[in-house]
Design a protein around this ligand. Structure first.
Ligand code: BGC
Length: 704
């Protein structure tokens, strides 16, 4: 539709119809039987008259969509747009984002996003409330599972891959719109407690938290969702500087800003609005166009316009954003988009989900215990043997078609094995009798694989924890078995990095599986038995102790660094009871192959601010096993006008190396990559010396 046609639609709408376009209601408002998974739906206080006028619905079942659109078409009304949280799969579930990002494989991430967009689109979903581009440095916050981890550069690459995979060309079948969330800085709530305000300094916010959203916005998502949180004590739905001056005017975002669930009403709880009416006024004036699941816009916009506090023109402007979005989705021509009555079951998606899982599971330690072989006799112990809940949060539309570890073991002839399932261990330690049985069994197998971690429900929204240690009953069990059998492999399932320091020393093999999704069991077993090679690297550090949190690789310098300490002097930055470093850091991850880095070169030792610098390194697979290696290039700014992190990732490349093969890997960086918020908060690249690191090699260059 062209501009004029859209203007005509707008002209013919009543004010009430226009206000309806700015409201997104959950599917349960259209069908009472639907169980909605998030947020407070009770006592929303919405005037039910608005329901037939609502411009958006989240989680609307297929049948209701058809009914609503039929009705809209008959009455020549603007079609509704359907939304849903499609986070890491729809029917086929892929590894949680925190795991998927560990693949460092942007083509793969793009392909995965394309798969889940197709499944959602077949089911009548037009826009997904994803990707979540919140940089995550605090694993107490349960939503780190939805994130790409702790590095802004990786977040930028991930944002591009995810959004372009899901949106493709929105005219094409199988695509859905994306929504960058939660703008901005939602991921550092004080104390790790979800919904609490984020305390982030301006420089850290600009240089670390903002870049993934910025890159996401450059990729042209249809929507941006503002966060629940306050940054610098201002709730984001009330932050005009952020949503209008920055997002609209500076970043030139021309899509739609939607609030998070009930967040406009929550301005009253934040105590920056005295009531819902004032909350509606503040959010509207601050740049929020669509009210997701609060009563504020539907109940009060009319009154606010009558009172002259909001003008008709302002309302029209916002409604036009909605019409534009619907036009980009071609809803005026095809209000059903690509919904299918019978969903095609695409087996290929299972293959993609399997590949994604093999590239997302991280090997952290291997003291010659892996791979398991056909000749091994293996005792599998733990709750995750028969566990179906390995999808991870935000997978409520899933097909229940996971193959458990137990079934996978039965179906494939990996090796001699037995299982010992401990379903109840989170609550109760093994009884003495059970422990005796387990101990006896453990003596007669040559390897023990523990499949342990956190329950699915322990991570995700509203799942913050203060104790993220591996459950103490599990630790006790592993320690007891260690006494009789030293060949222990521990596989950790979870939605966040959990503290596993207590078992780290007594486990010869350590694998971090996160929640690997529908094909996770097969992928894991194939990796453990060496049918596939590990390649993933952590994208979020695993703390040594809870007291270190937040702990991440991009540490900032201190006046009293640990590395310069003099042993007898106590006054340097450290803990009395814990090392400073995490147990495992961003970028850690092993393979069955052995990769050796040599010959790091830079094209010039001195470059000017406009020149590009070519950095090359040779990587050799010095083993007889084919494998993939993720080559990570870090830069350190040696002296700057403000404190810069110890090192920062600037490029990454995943390469395949056959046994004994060597490849030269090249990267190009420029002064643009070295910018930061300088002394006046302007982003600049300061002249001076920088160090570049790849593997354990380093080189210094100067920017003149
Ligand atoms: C979450 C959002 C989500 C929305 C709609 C909220 O509770 O914070 O991430 O998109 O619900 O389901």
């Amino acid at each position: 539709m062209n501009k004029e046609e859209l203007n005509n639609i707008l002209k013919n709408m009543s004010r009430y119809e226009k206000i309806g376009q700015l409201v997104c209601l959950g599917g349960q408002f259209f069908n009472k039987d639907v169980d909605i998974k998030t947020g407070p739906t009770i006592n929303l206080g919405i005037d039910p008259k608005i329901i037939p006028y609502a411009g958006f619905s989240s989680n609307l079942p297929y049948e209701d969509l058809i009914k609503i659109q039929n009705d809209k078409m008959k009455n020549n009304k603007v079609p509704i747009a359907t939304c849903c949280d499609v986070i890491h799969g729809y029917k086929t579930i892929f590894p949680i984002p925190l795991a998927l990002s560990a693949s460092f494989n942007m083509d793969l991430i793009k392909k995965c996003a394309k798969c889940w967009a197709k499944e959602a689109s077949d089911d009548g979903i037009f826009v997904s409330f994803s990707p979540m581009l919140d940089l995550s440095r605090d694993p107490r916050w349960g939503r780190v599972m939805e994130s790409f981890g702790e590095d802004p550069y990786l977040g930028m690459e991930y944002a591009k891959a995810y959004i372009s995979g899901m949106q493709g060309n929105l005219k094409d079948e199988g695509t859905i719109g994306a929504c960058v969330k939660h703008f901005a800085g939602y991921s550092l709530p004080e104390g790790g407690r979800d919904y609490q305000m984020s305390n982030i300094s301006r420089r850290v916010f600009n240089d670390f938290y903002l870049p993934p959203y910025i890159e996401g916005i450059r990729t042209k998502p249809l929507m941006v969702m503002s966060g629940f949180n306050a940054v610098d004590l201002l709730p984001t739905v009330a932050n005009k500087e952020l949503l209008i001056n920055y997002l609209r005017n500076k970043l030139k975002f021309d899509g739609l800003v939607i609030s998070d669930y009930n967040a406009i009403h929550e301005l009253v709880n934040h105590r920056v609005a005295k009531d819902d009416k004032e909350a509606a006024l503040i959010a509207f004036k601050s740049g929020v166009s669509v009210d997701l699941m609060s009563c504020c816009y539907s109940n009060y916009l009319d009154e606010l316009i009558e009172e002259g506090l909001i003008s008709e023109e302002e309302l029209d402007e916002r409604v036009m954003e909605v019409l534009n979005l619907k036009n980009k989705l071609s809803l005026f021509e095809n209000p059903y988009r690509f919904v299918k009555k019978e969903r095609e079951y695409t087996k290929d998606f299972l293959i993609d989900a399997y590949k994604a899982a093999t590239e997302s599971i991280v090997l952290l330690k291997n003291d010659a215990v892996l791979p398991l072989s056909k000749k091994d006799s293996v005792l599998y112990v733990g709750p995750f043997i028969s566990e179906e809940e390995m999808y991870g949060g935000w997978s409520y539309n899933r097909d229940k078609n996971i193959t458990t570890i137990e079934n996978c073991l039965k179906e494939s002839n990996y090796s001699k094995y037995e299982t010992f399932i401990t379903k109840d261990i989170y609550k109760n330690a093994l009884s003495k009798a059970d422990l005796d049985v387990l101990r006896d069994k453990a003596k007669s197998f040559n390897k023990i694989v523990f499949l342990v971690g956190e329950k699915e429900e322990d991570s995700g929204e509203a799942s913050s924890k203060t104790d993220i240690n591996l459950n103490k009953n599990i630790v006790k069990m592993i320690k007891e078995i260690f006494i009789v059998n030293k060949n222990i492999v521990s596989v950790i399932f979870s939605g966040r990095p959990i503290v596993i320091t207590d078992i780290n020393d007594i486990t010869k093999g350590l694998v971090y599986a996160f929640f690997p999704g529908t094909m996770g069991s097969k992928a894991l077993l194939d990796l453990l038995y060496g049918k596939r090679n590990f390649s993933a690297k952590l994208t979020m550090s695993i703390p040594y102790s809870i007291g270190q949190i937040p702990v991440y690789y991009q540490e900032y310098p201190t006046g009293r660094p640990y590395d310069n300490r003099i042993e007898e002097n106590k006054y340097y930055s450290h803990y009395l009871d814990s090392p400073n470093k995490p147990l495992y850091t961003f970028g850690d991850g092993l393979s069955y192959s052995k990769f050796v880095y040599t010959n790091l070169t830079i094209s010039k030792e001195v470059v000017n601010i406009f020149e590009k610098l070519k950095i090359s390194v040779s990587v050799k697979n010095e083993s007889d096993i084919d494998g993939d290696e993720i080559v990570l290039l870090y830069v350190e700014d040696l002296v700057a006008s403000v404190a810069r992190p110890i090192k920062e990732l600037k490029r990454c490349k995943k390469i395949h190396l056959r046994k004994s093969e060597e490849k030269r890997v090249e990267f190009i960086i420029s002064s643009n990559d070295l910018k930061f918020s300088g002394i006046n908060y302007k982003r600049i690249c300061e002249k001076g010396e920088f160090k570049v690191f790849i593997g354990d090699l380093e080189k210094v260059f100067r920017i003149e």
